[in-house]
Design a protein around this ligand. Sequence first.
Ligand code: DQA
Length: 152
Amino acid sequence: MKNSKSKSILVLNGPNLNLLGSREPEIYGRETLLMIERRLVAAGKAKGIKVECFQTNHEGVIVDRVQQAKRDGVEFILLNPAAFTYSSIALRDALTAVQIPFIEVHLSNIHAREPWRAHSHFTAVAVGSVLGLGSRGYDLALDYAMARLKTG
Ligand code: DQA
């Protein structure tokens, strides 16, 4: 009988990312969030790693989800904070409180857009960031996270 929890990674997406596919496709692409999430779950499954996905438009809900992740023993988070990137000290504090390592993912290159998009509250406390590679950014971040979990 398995007595240890299987390794798990949480993919967290913030506000308006539920609209991927139809939201400004010239910036964010035509893939839906469900398509991206299914691919990530399958990639995890192929390596024996549980990938859970969660999206919300609400700040308190994402903070609660991060706290829940700690209780669940989640070992790594991929986070696209979306507009919370610029506003949510509460989410940043939740991440530093739980001390779960995370990668910040943005589909678009936030440095090549409006100047106010360039400063993220998360970059300084993330393991690293992936920007401007569209939905591939999630896959690349997941590869890194899985390699890191495998090597302990
Ligand atoms: C985004 C970039 C943010 O500036 C924006 O508010 C988003 C999506 C991205 O994935 O490119 O909602 O995080």
